[in-house]
Design a protein around this ligand. Structure first.
Ligand SMILES: [Zn+2]
Length: 469
């Protein structure tokens, strides 16, 4: 193997490695007893009685922090004609709940590559790396990541235990989160063969798209056609489909690669019903197909575009994509048998806030009207800031649309437009991820293993333990 020298300029920006304590692990969470809601300490001490699920479905709302879930719950409730706050999302009723610590080995606020590695493969790694173990020497990490020894992916573990595998995403199938189901890549940016150029032109490096073609995934459906060459698509050992009708009529005895958009699939708000399947349709299709495996299945379902809408500080599209995830989880719960473990979590949060004392039932996308302390109902007028201007309930800490004293006076028409970008405090071209814990909701056999405050990699460790049985 020819050893190339890493360009340091790139390395310093891409992979800021710390030299100590890179392998963030916990003692593998040992199995809990069968009590309903074991404490975190009980979870670590008892090793009897946990049932391993036959089927596992991991839903990941990319960037779905807790503020997104709360605002989305109200958004969905108001779309149903409720005041909104009383609404329950499909996963709000799950019996088990945990808070998840999301940091990457070298980043306080993480990205999706490192977090998806933790969720799906059971170890934390560097920001930007997909299923590559973090080591203190960056060059060694690149060399090992390209053709060196690599640990099994969740797809490999599922296959070893005889199960079928489904990968579903509304993002490109080669994007960081779905990539962590089946590939290893020193950088999430090596999606296509054309990306194998400096600084990623290492001997042995294989694009994420090629690794999907070479993988054992049975059903892979989502976006990202442009990341695959025609030869790669032709090499897929099964059916290739490009729209909803083709998916629904794909032969039942073949593996399926579905690429429904050149890049990411459309936001739910913009989706053409006849062209692209919904997240719920993709979920139930894959469950129907994989449930024919008597050994069971493992599926990852990503609502990938909640994150993208947030990066554009466009709350409407983020909440519509959360609504699509809510519907997909509801469809999965309705279809799943008692042997199916369903997890719903996020990889990381966003700097998205819900604030300002709006009255009960105030339109979640709207301007704040406070509570009239005399009547107890909503104020007739908008609440005003120190500059005498109304403001929205939803906002972002950073992003492109900074609120300033001379900003235009907002109207409800403006802020309830689907293309409106909520205001921010810090001026950035793209809104950023946030570092606080995310939630994990669990139901089904083994759900009791998820409780308390958990390191994100404990999720993947627990899945591995289930599959090892
Ligand atoms: Zn993001």
């Amino acid at each position: 193997m020819i050893v190339k020298t890493m360009p340091m300029k790139h390395l310093s920006s891409l992979l800021l490695l710390s030299t100590a304590a890179l392998q963030v692990g916990c003692a593998p969470a040992s199995e809990s007893s069968t009590q309903k809601a074991p404490s975190a300490s009980a979870k670590m001490t008892s090793d009897t009685g946990t049932e391993s699920p036959k089927n596992i479905i991991v839903f990941i709302g990319d960037g779905m922090g807790i503020s997104t879930i709360t605002a989305g719950r109200i958004f969905v409730g108001q779309e149903k004609g409720q005041m909104g706050e009383e609404n329950m999302l499909s996963f709000d009723t799950f019996p088990q709940l945990a808070l998840i610590k999301t940091y990457n080995t070298n980043a306080q606020v993480p990205d999706s590559a490192g977090t998806a590695t933790a969720i799906l493969s059971g170890y934390k790694t560097n920001i930007g790396a997909v299923n590559i173990k973090p080591v203190s020497d960056v060059q060694k990490m690149f060399l090992e990541g390209c053709g060196g020894d690599v640990s099994p992916t969740l797809t490999d573990k599922a296959k070893t235990s005889g199960k079928s595998v489904g990968v579903i995403s509304t993002a490109r199938l080669t994007h960081a989160t779905p990539a962590a189901m089946y590939s290893h890549s020193v950088s999430r940016d090596i999606e296509a063969d054309k990306d194998l150029k400096a600084p990623f032109d290492y001997d042995g490096c294989v694009s994420i798209s090629q690794q999907l073609i070479d993988s054992d995934v049975d059903i892979a459906i989502g976006g990202g056609r442009k990341e695959f060459t025609d030869a790669q698509v032709a090499a897929w050992p099964g059916a290739v489909v490009s729209n909803k009708a083709e998916l629904m009529s794909a032969p039942n005895d073949q593996r399926v690669l579905g690429l429904f958009n050149s890049s990411h699939m459309s936001y739910e708000a913009d989706r053409a019903e006849t062209e692209e399947p919904s997240l719920a349709e993709m979920t139930t299709y894959t469950m129907d197909r994989l449930s024919s495996d008597p050994e069971g299945y493992v599926m990852m379902v990503e609502a990938g575009r909640i994150d993208h809408a947030h990066h554009g500080s466009n709350a409407y599209r983020a909440l519509k994509d959360l609504q699509a995830l809510d519907e997909a989880v509801a469809a999965a719960v309705a279809k799943a048998d008692k042997d199916t473990l369903i997890l719903v979590t996020a990889d990381h949060s966003h700097v998205f806030t819900m604030a300002g004392y709006p009255a009960r039932g105030n339109p979640i996308m709207g301007l704040v009207r406070g509570v009239d302390r005399k009547t107890g109902g909503p104020d007739a007028d908008y609440t005003l800031d120190k500059d005498g201007k109304p403001y929205t309930t939803l906002g972002y800490h950073n992003g492109p649309n900074v609120r300033e004293a001379d900003s235009d006076t907002l109207t409800d028409n403006m802020v309830q437009d689907r293309d409106y970008r909520q205001q921010t405090a810090v001026h950035l071209g793209s809104e950023t991820h946030a570092g606080e814990d995310v939630a994990l909701y669990a139901t089904g056999p083994g759900a009791e293993r998820f409780s308390g405050v958990m390191e994100q990699n404990e999720i993947g460790e627990t899945l591995e333990a289930f599959l090892a049985k």
